[in-house]
Design a protein around this ligand. Structure first.
Ligand SMILES: [Zn+2]
Length: 462
């Protein structure tokens, strides 16, 4: 063989391999484009979300709504013909709001001014006759300590700090303010306060109160606590400016009941080559008892089921087992996520990755990975497969609240869908979080992005 023949042969082989590679790449792209079309045209997620939020709008753990949602979700996955659908027992926290809360003042002229309020999750009730007391307005937990027992004892503490709007990602704004909800009540109680109201941790310019859990510290008495809508908080602050001695009436009727039995709902499509290796995808099925839990987190749950449904409908036979998990009790206990992780460790299950959508049904922008740098580098090479204007980055991040215990327990990499966050905290934990607040196309783009990620992990491994 002469040299030029060898070169020609090598060149030919090079072109051949190159075309093989680009064919494979093209076939992945074609398949992925179909995933997006399928989601946008058939809108499976939107249909399921409508049914979930209409039939079971209130899904707080231990409630009838949560119970109904568990049974319905199981039935949906069975009707879809998933290979294995089952319930996983979880003992959940059980808190009930009771009758509607009241907060109002009666001013010097005898006029009653009512405020929009929701009890915080886990709050104890006020006495039957309610609480009437002067109000101390503060900006922070530190300010409570500075004022001390002398100024706080016997009063209602009003945490009036606003959502931090300076951040581009609203999750940072939420994190910057949320301690007045989670830790504010116990901090006030340490200095003798008899109740707490907070300005809702909300980015909305409206009067929807936003609930969410508080955590009672062991070193402080438990006192009742509620969240005011932003406009109500403005009004109360204004009244206190002109009359610092103004008294507020507060009535909260909630109670904590014994732990209740509930379930994570799990559906699987079995893998054809490595059925023992699992790609998990999920959201949390429980939601606050106001609104319909549409963005938080009906969207994430219905996206997870729909992602599997789309792959199934397209005739895709996964190599690994695809598992959709509807976690229970994220909002007030995180017991579903913890139980799932414990069970996975006990059964020595092997998860390749766990994916979660729990940031609203908005236009997908990115994925946030909690996992090794090598995994991140590999996934970043997949960005070319996502259509323009969908997933534009894969970064280090936080997988999600329900899958985080699994990451802690056995090191499974976790990854969270990161949708556009600008409107999430207008709705989060409030009566405004309803089905009509979810845009069909934005929701389905999220589903398609999750189905695409599942497909890529299944094809290329990690
Ligand atoms: Zn959530």
């Amino acid at each position: 063989m002469n040299k030029s023949f060898v070169y020609t042969l090598l060149f030919g082989l090079f072109v051949f391999w190159g075309s093989l590679f680009s064919q494979t790449k093209d076939s992945h792209k074609t398949f992925i484009n179909k995933i997006y079309s399928e989601a946008l045209v058939k809108t499976p997620t939107h249909k399921l979300l409508k049914e979930l939020t209409t039939k079971f709008p209130h899904r707080l753990s231990g409630s009838k709504g949560a119970d109904g949602a568990v049974k319905w979700t199981k039935q949906v996955m069975q009707d879809f013909g998933f290979d294995n659908v089952f319930l996983q027992d979880v003992m959940v926290e059980h808190w009930e709001r009771g009758e509607k809360e009241q907060a109002y003042i009666v001013d010097k002229n005898g006029n009653k001014v009512e405020f929009s309020i929701l009890a915080l999750g886990r709050s104890i009730s006020t006495p039957e006759s309610g609480i009437t007391a002067e109000v101390v307005k503060v900006q922070s937990l530190d300010e409570v300590a500075e004022l001390g027992r002398e100024k706080i004892e016997g009063k209602i503490v009003f945490y009036n700090r606003s959502f931090e709007h300076k951040h581009l990602r609203t999750f940072s704004g939420y994190v910057g303010t949320v301690n007045q909800r989670t830790k504010g009540p116990s901090q006030a109680a340490r200095y003798g306060a008899i109740a707490v109201v907070i300005r809702s941790v909300s980015s909305g310019d409206d009067d929807f109160p936003h609930t969410g859990t508080l955590g009672y510290a062991k070193d402080a008495p438990q006192i009742p606590a509620g969240a005011l809508g932003n406009h109500s908080a403005n009004k109360l602050a204004e009244i206190l400016e002109s009359n610092p001695q103004q008294k507020l009436f507060l009535k909260i009727n909630s109670q904590t009941l014994p732990d209740a039995k509930s379930y994570n709902v799990i559906g699987e499509i079995k893998g054809s080559e490595h059925p023992e290796k699992i790609i998990a995808v999920g959201g949390h099925l429980d939601a606050w008892d106001v609104g319909q839990g549409a963005h938080d987190d009906g969207s994430g749950c219905m996206q997870s089921i729909s992602a599997l449904k789309i792959l199934q409908r397209m005739g895709y036979k996964p190599k690994h087992t695809l598992r959709a998990v509807m976690f229970i009790n994220e909002e007030n206990g995180l017991r579903g996520g913890k139980t799932y992780a414990d069970s996975a460790v006990n059964k020595k299950e092997k998860h390749i990755i766990a994916i979660e959508s729990d940031a609203g049904g908005f236009t997908p922008r990115a994925f946030g990975l909690k996992g090794p740098d090598s995994t991140l580098a590999k996934m970043q090479e997949w960005l070319k497969y996502f259509p323009d204007y969908t997933i534009e980055s894969i970064k280090k991040g936080y997988g999600g609240p329900d899958i985080n215990p699994l990451n802690k327990a056995d090191g499974t990499p976790t990854i969270g869908l990161v949708p556009d966050s600008q409107r999430y905290f207008d709705f989060h934990h409030s009566p405004a979080d309803v089905f009509s607040a979810v845009n069909k196309r934005e929701l389905e783009l999220g589903t398609a992005s999750m189905a695409t990620l599942i497909y890529l992990v299944d094809q290329f491994g990690l």
